[in-house]
Design a protein around this ligand. Structure first.
Ligand code: ADP
Length: 340
């Protein structure tokens, strides 16, 4: 659906050349909710401008639905741009226009006939939950309502993709959640591809299927959200995992633990997942070793939260090795911290 291959964007300043985006490959399939996460200066805004066709890459190819954008003339590019909906951190609404009139604007630009426009506006008002607010001005709306107007406006011309640039960064946590719920709904109802650019890990965790982690213009890791954040390989990814680290227990004070002959301590690190609270029960059932939970509570982990569980195990060395392998096969990170 969206395919970036070998994309770079460099800016020449007086003194140096800045590689704002550096050899990026991204493939986003239809219906996906795809997150791009990075700190300030990572190259996210530049990537957004490449995705919404406001800028052309220095090198590389952008394909939208199989169409190579480099082959398009000005008019065709303008038409292609209309197929990309966009929402922003500060909403970018027209302050002198009502909710209805804001939503109407892109339809007017696209020369949609009045009767059709009216019908479409009504549908969009219902879709984003703004019934009753149609005639309000942006100044009379809360932040969340303003972003709902932004979403309705972005969807007016049935775009192929919705680009969200830090779209919840100006909202409080509760409003953020309600906007993310709305985006999830829209993704499901319309099978709309959504690309979210953010520096906030919880946004990615809450709604994205896949994620790309950006640093210094490069994508350092990408893949399904649960895979990337369960076993982060890169330092940058680990930093983001820490942002949401609702670690259930403190780090175990190893010095305080004395072990008897044959005993070991396993530390399991995981991201909350419905299957994980079964893990220890299954482990006890499957292996003839003594297992007790030394610290942590796996069943208290919320979906997507990050935690650690310390187990004291004792038994035949071979069985313990087999148990370790088995845990790893469940995609849970486990290490032996101490053994007697
Ligand atoms: P982010 O959105 O992740 O904060 P940006 O894409 O804005 O990152 O910037 C990435 C890098 O490219 C930064 O070092 C920034 O200073 C540089 N950059 C972005 N746009 C320009 C430009 N028009 N001219 C020169 N440097 C730029």
């Amino acid at each position: 659906m969206i395919s970036l291959t070998g994309i770079s964007k460099t800016y020449a300043t007086k003194t140096t050349t800045v590689h704002a985006v550096d050899q990026v490959d991204l493939h986003i399939s239809k219906g996906n909710v795809f997150g791009i996460i990075g700190y300030s200066g990572a190259g996210k805004s530049t990537l957004v401008r490449l995705l919404n066709l406001l800028e052309r890459p220095t090198t590389g190819e952008v394909l939208l639905d199989g169409v190579n954008l480099a082959t398009l003339g000005k008019q065709a590019l303008r038409e292609e741009r209309q197929k990309i909906g966009m929402i922003f951190q500060h909403f970018n609404l027209l302050w002198s226009r009502t909710v209805k009139e804001n939503i109407s604007f892109p339809l007017e630009v696209a020369k949609v006939p009045a009767a059709e426009r009216k019908k479409r506006i009504e549908e969009l008002i219902d879709l984003v939950g703004l019934r009753g607010r149609e005639n309000n001005y942006p100044a009379q709306l809360s932040g969340g309502q303003k972003q709902r107007v932004g979403i309705a406006r972005a969807l007016a011309n049935n775009p192929k993709v919705l680009l969200c640039d830090e779209a919840t960064s100006a909202l409080d946590p509760k409003t953020t959640d309600s906007i993310l719920d709305l985006l999830t709904d829209i993704n499901k109802k319309l099978n709309l591809t959504i690309v979210l650019i953010t520096h906030e890990m919880h946004v990615i965790q809450k709604i994205c299927h896949e994620v790309a982690v950006m640093s210094d213009g490069k994508i350092v890791e990408q893949g399904p959200v649960i895979d990337v954040f369960r076993r982060p390989k890169e330092a940058m990814t680990k930093e983001f995992v820490k942002q949401v680290a609702h670690v259930q227990s403190d780090e175990l004070m190893l010095d305080d633990v004395t072990l008897s002959e044959g005993e070991q301590i396993f530390a399991l690190t995981f991201i909350g997942n419905p299957a994980e609270d079964q893990l220890v029960t299954e482990l006890i059932r499957s292996f003839p070793i003594d297992i007790s939970i030394l610290q942590g509570n796996i069943s208290k982990l919320q979906q997507g939260s990050y935690g650690k569980l310390y187990l004291r195990v004792a038994g035949e060395q071979e069985t313990i090795v087999a148990a370790l392998e088995w845990i790893r096969s469940k995609q849970v990170e486990v290490e032996v911290l101490k053994h007697a």
